[in-house]
Design a protein. Structure first.
Length: 173
């Protein structure tokens, strides 16, 4: 994969990471759309480590952008008076458990699925339907992170494994 191709995929990943869509699926579709002839072995063997590195870059950018909030979250570990930041830390940890478990348990099948353009396309269509119907049933403007329960934080990542989907929270409220 050339530097230019890596740069384009990084841009696509960075843009799609912050929306409730699968940045991984978009990163699979990008080479297909641009007719890049990538080595199938690269996709099977190196795709997951490549995506992990792209996600680490996104995480670094988000840590930088939300630096003040992260400092408050870290301080809350040592200062019980910072209840809001401590609660947010608990929500982040609880909300990350299902995604982490699924990633560990299903690493190989997910790697195979997401290295295939057809599977990634089907996943995006199904995810789009979940988002559409989730938006139709959600209660607009009635929820904030302050009202999020630990159960909802857990289910928030369990149901839409691809990432954040606020509409699905209506099922678990």
């Amino acid at each position: 994969m050339s530097f230019f191709q890596t740069f384009i995929i990084a841009i696509v990943q960075g843009i799609t990471e912050l929306f409730p869509v699968s940045s991984v699926a978009h990163s699979v579709l990008t080479p297909y759309i641009f007719h890049w002839n990538l080595d199938p072995e690269f996709l099977k063997v190196n795709f997951l480590p490549f995506m992990v590195m792209l996600h680490l870059g996104t995480a670094l950018a988000l840590f930088t952008y939300f630096g003040r909030e992260w400092i408050d979250i870290v301080k809350s570990v040592f200062d019980a008076r910072q209840r809001n930041s401590r609660r947010l830390l608990k929500l982040i940890i609880i909300g990350s458990i299902p995604a982490g478990l699924i990633g560990v348990i299903l690493e190989k099948p997910l790697t195979n699925i997401f290295s295939n353009v057809t599977s990634a396309s089907i996943f995006l269509i199904v995810n789009g339907c979940l988002l559409f119907f989730g938006e139709k049933i959600r209660r607009h403007g009635t929820r904030s992170i302050k009202n999020l329960s630990y159960r909802q934080a857990f289910c928030h990542w369990l149901v839409p494994i691809s990432g954040p989907c606020t509409g699905v929270l209506a099922f678990w409220g």
